[in-house]
Design a protein around this ligand. Structure first.
Ligand code: AMP
Length: 420
């Protein structure tokens, strides 16, 4: 019997995992600099939580949730995103007891039953931040600026930050009415699948990927005019802070985000180098979410980025990631020397090197091939002459030169040869 991967999932093999670790380490470093602390929540939660937070009209709730009843008859869903669980955890652990802001970050797998394609999976991974109990526009700008700090530190090129505002909860009906009014005369020409959106969630028509919609949206008036003065002021200040922090961004009225909980500022980070799935990061402000699931009335702002897409972009753009530890391969040329090899390996590992030994085969040309496969910087060769001289031969695999080194001087020699 042959088992295959479930559709929409993938194995992440060691050569790619280095990229994942690079992104995770840099992200954690950057988030910590902005005083965010990690939170880990379960991979599944009650289905009600997501229904409540994400909104009945969103694609996620309508067709993408991995939902099931557990053996106790509870309705459970694999998390499709990270904000709802973090907000739930914020309330259930009483993090809202403390006055002032709570800044959290998370990482882990998310699950959506989507049509798989390059850059779109059914199990994918996000890292994200939530800045809770903050209403000042500086918080929105600072969260956006942090995403820029992160992606530029990773070395990503050709990325764009697109920002928009969807106004407050009270602006929403006015905004929707304006879009409907604008599109009404073209309703019969709109693609069939947008008719339901027109009725129930017209804002979502703006970010439809359907190319035919472009024609019907041209001439759409500036929707910021429909927003309240305080929403407009908020957004203007966000842009002012971003300018002042020197963060490049574009105002993009078509960014509205797929999840219903957003209010005021929304943003996406995109890259044209990614093809159809161009969005690497999305976020915005969600002022009512925590109140709507039983918490205090605390406004918040956050973002999440997709690990798969960031890693794809790093590879696509040929960005070198720092080498892993210097690796040394050891080649004992006789089974009698295996113990000597093991002792040297132990000393090297305690000294901070990564190290491997050929135990199964004592054959120099085989060992040199293994050393190349492991990307070793040096190969330590232990043969008769070396044992007689209480020393080893160390071959530099870049320069192809080799030297006989006394057993007591191996670590000092390798420390000089490599930069640990
Ligand atoms: P969202 O939670 O939909 O706002 O998505 C935030 C980010 O997660 C996106 O910009 C993508 O990088 C990533 N993402 C969302 N859905 C998927 C998916 N099905 N497969 C891979 N990455 C995804």
């Amino acid at each position: 019997m042959k088992f295959v991967l479930p559709r929409g999932t993938r194995d992440i093999l060691p050569d790619e995992v280095c990229y994942w670790q690079y992104v995770e380490n840099i992200s954690m470093d950057i988030f910590t600099r902005y005083n965010y602390r990690e939170i880990r929540t379960p991979i599944f939660e009650s289905t009600d939580l997501f229904n409540r937070v994400i909104g009945e009209q969103s694609d996620i709730i309508k067709k993408e949730m991995y939902s099931f009843q557990d053996k106790g008859g509870r309705d459970i869903s694999l998390r499709p995103e990270g904000t709802a669980p973090v907000a739930r955890a914020y309330i259930s652990n009483g993090l809202n007891r403390h006055s002032g802001e709570t800044k959290l970050f998370y990482k882990g797998p998310m699950f959506r039953y989507e049509r798989p394609q390059t850059g779109r999976y059914r199990q994918f991974h996000q890292m994200g931040v939530e800045r809770i109990n903050c209403k000042h526009p500086y918080s929105d700008a600072s969260v956006i600026a942090m995403s820029y700090h992160l992606f530029s530190t990773l070395g990503l090129k050709n990325i764009k930050i697109l920002i928009n505002t969807v106004g407050s909860e009270t602006c929403r009906p006015v905004l929707e009415a304006r879009i409907k009014q604008f599109l009404a005369s073209n309703l019969k020409n709109l693609p069939e699948h947008l008719h339901e959106k027109f009725e129930k969630n017209p804002l979502k028509i703006l970010d439809s990927k359907d190319p035919s919609i472009e024609t019907y949206l041209s001439g759409l008036p500036d929707l910021r005019d429909t927003l309240s003065q305080s929403s407009r002021d908020h957004f203007n200040l966000v842009m002012e802070y971003l300018d002042c922090l020197n963060i490049p961004f574009e105002y993009s009225p078509k960014i509205v985000r797929g999840l219903d909980y957003y209010t005021e500022t929304v943003f996406e980070v995109v890259s044209e180098d990614l093809g159809a799935q161009s969005s690497i990061c999305g976020g915005g402000r969600y002022n009512n979410l925590i109140k709507n699931i039983g918490g205090k009335d605390v406004p918040a702002v956050g973002f999440a980025f997709g690990m798969e897409r960031v890693v794809m972009l790093l590879q696509e753009q040929g960005i070198d990631i720092p080498n892993r530890k210097t690796h040394i391969h050891i080649a004992p040329l006789d089974p009698l020397y295996l113990l000597d090899a093991a002792k040297i390996a132990k000393d090297l590992r305690y000294a901070g090197f990564s190290c491997s030994i050929d135990f199964e085969k004592t054959d120099l040309s085989y060992s040199l091939k293994q050393a190349n496969k492991f990307n070793a910087s040096h190969c330590i060769i232990i043969g008769d002459e070396e044992i007689n001289n209480k020393s080893v031969t160390i071959k530099n695999l870049t320069t192809r030169t080799q030297s006989l080194i006394d057993n007591n001087a191996i670590i000092e020699y390798l420390n000089n040869e490599t930069t640990l």
